[in-house]
Design a protein around this ligand. Structure first.
Ligand SMILES: Nc1ncnc2c1ncn2[C@@H]1O[C@H](COP(=O)(O)OP(=O)(O)OP(=O)(O)O)[C@@H](O)[C@H]1O
Ligand SMILES: [Mg+2]
Length: 497
């Protein structure tokens, strides 16, 4: 291992080395080496290299440690530094928190203290990559750990086999980070392993990926929300009740009878049907309680009015879910949150069913404004909540992963969020959101939590399954510029005469 020796472990007055913390004095001058908070250091021991994180840095100088002496000198008209070589006695002490030890049998927790007098060095990037659980080449290049000039490449399986959440206040860089993930996913070659990607674009901000000028053009399918059609004949009474929760269980049973009759008379003969056919059949039915029947017809009419229910499904998911390809469902024209939830719900049901039967490749679904689709509050009836929570719980077994993006983590379903094993946390200020994240992120410690409020735009903390330890990443610049990344001046020019 290439090491840059920078300091020596000391016995601090109140803090002798222990398994949780140790201090060291920097033996390099500031010109020779600038140690920063958050950097990684390494201490060689007999059992292996101990990796640690610098959590505190302070300067000290024995000449200035006695307030009475400093005052006496300074009030006498002379400065301490003019009488004594005080500047030569200034030094920097760092406190570091051991993260683990690289032994012959792998990375383990440190159970014993490092020794005073041991050398402290800066680890080379190869060691850091191994220790942090990153990839050397094949991973998703999302940015850098700047202090070490280390490119962060996340392992695809570790990141996407389970689910992930991207959480931050508005403007912190969530959608930008999603675009970087997309560029990485779309750049992968077949032999590197690729997933099919589905993105629900509620603000129409990803359309640029499908622009003819985009280098990813041929792998991107932007599907206008207005063209989405549900196959009415594929829907059970229970599913109708999900879209129209007022439907009672008695009504649902009556509906079910008609649907199974249609299945025999129509579907089995290769024919399909629409909601109008169901309503017609209901109207003929004389056994049903009239009030109940009329109410059910009313619910079905309002579903028909959404114009989402047709004879056949559009798009055919079998044709668009392909490895290395992305389908962007552009929902920006819908103002009704209920309609958006219905679309997300329908498509996720289909995708998950098809994944269970292995009819489509492993799929990753990216959901912006996730708190609107899978809210925590019971009162906010969200049609898409149950399928998202189901995929959150069971998706892993069927390689169906979710990336939930939200600026209000506290409003996001606990069930869904707790199944997100990787959290990409960007700037967050709201104390309730912070507290919620602290409770739902595994392996996030106090000092990491404290730094969330001071993150800048484009800076992220990644914790959880994708990495061995929380890391601070500066998300890289996008390789592609699209409509959304144009400046205000450029956008305004289009409207000039
Ligand atoms: N990694 C980055 N590098 C450079 N600029 C960035 C980066 N991340 C974000 N930005 C800038 O910040 C702006 C806001 O980012 P973005 O749209 O991703 O925020 P957001 O978190 O998705 O906000 P909202 O919740 O409102 O959707 C971007 O348009 C871009 O100019
Ligand atoms: Mg956004």
């Amino acid at each position: 291992m290439l090491k840059k020796n920078i300091g020596t472990i000391i016995v601090d007055e109140d803090n002798s080395p222990n398994p949780e913390q140790f201090s060291f004095v920097l033996t390099k001058t500031e010109e020779e080496f600038q140690l920063q908070k958050g950097m990684y250091v390494v201490v060689p021991t007999e059992d292996g290299d101990v990796l640690a994180n610098v959590i505190e840095l302070y300067k000290t100088n024995r000449y200035f440690s006695s307030p009475s002496a400093v005052r006496a000198y300074e009030t006498s008209g002379k400065t301490l530094a003019s009488i004594f070589p005080a500047d030569r006695w200034e030094y920097i002490i760092a406190k570091a928190k051991p993260l683990g030890i690289i032994t012959e049998i792998g990375i383990q927790r440190l159970l014993f203290p490092v020794s005073p007098g041991e050398n402290v060095s800066i680890p080379d990037n190869k060691t850091l990559i191994k220790f942090l659980g990153l990839e050397k080449e094949n991973g998703l290049n999302i940015g850098k750990i700047e202090q070490h000039d280390l490119t962060v490449r996340l392992n695809l399986t570790r990141f996407l086999q389970k689910h992930a959440a991207i959480l931050a206040i508005s403007g912190a860089g969530k959608s930008y980070a999603v675009s970087v993930f997309l560029e990485e996913l779309l750049s992968r070659k077949a032999d590197q392993g690729r997933v099919a990607i589905v993105l629900f674009d509620v603000h129409g901000e990803y359309k640029g990926f499908g622009d003819e000028k985009s280098p990813f053009f041929k792998d991107v399918n932007v599907f206008p929300g207005g063209l989405i059609q549900f196959a009415t004949s594929s829907m059970s009474a229970r599913q109708f009740a999900i879209y129209q929760p007022q439907i009672t269980s008695a009504q649902s049973r009556d509906l079910s009878k008609i649907l199974s009759q249609f299945y025999h008379d129509k579907v089995k003969q290769g024919k399909s049907y629409v909601i109008g056919d169901i309503i017609e059949e209901l109207e003929k039915n004389e056994q049903m309680n009239t009030r109940s029947k009329e109410a059910l017809i009313g619910w079905l009419y309002s579903l028909e009015n959404t114009r989402l229910f047709g004879a056949a499904q559009n798009p055919d998911l079998r044709n668009i879910l392909k490895p290395g390809k992305i389908t962007i469902f552009d929902l920006s024209d819908f103002t009704s949150i209920k309609l958006k939830q219905m679309i997300v719900s329908y498509l996720l049901y289909r995708i998950f069913e098809m994944r269970k039967k292995n009819e489509v490749p492993p799929t990753t679904v990216i959901l912006e404004e996730a708190h609107q689709f899978v809210p925590e509050a019971r009162l906010e009836l969200a049609i898409s909540k149950s399928i998202i929570e189901t995929i959150a719980r069971e998706g892993r077994k069927f390689f169906t992963s979710l990336i939930l993006v939200s600026q209000r983590p506290v409003k996001l379903s606990t069930t869904a969020l707790s199944q997100c094993n990787t959290h990409v946390i960007m700037r967050i200020l709201n104390p309730y959101d912070l507290d919620y994240i602290g409770r739902s992120s595994e392996g996030i410690d106090r000092s990491t939590m404290n730094s969330i409020t001071s993150l800048g735009v484009g800076e992220a903390i990644i914790v959880g399954n994708a990495v061995n330890h929380p890391i601070f990443v500066k998300i890289r610049k996008r390789k592609t510029t699209t409509l959304e990344t144009r400046t205000l001046e450029e956008s305004a020019k289009n409207f000039e005469a």
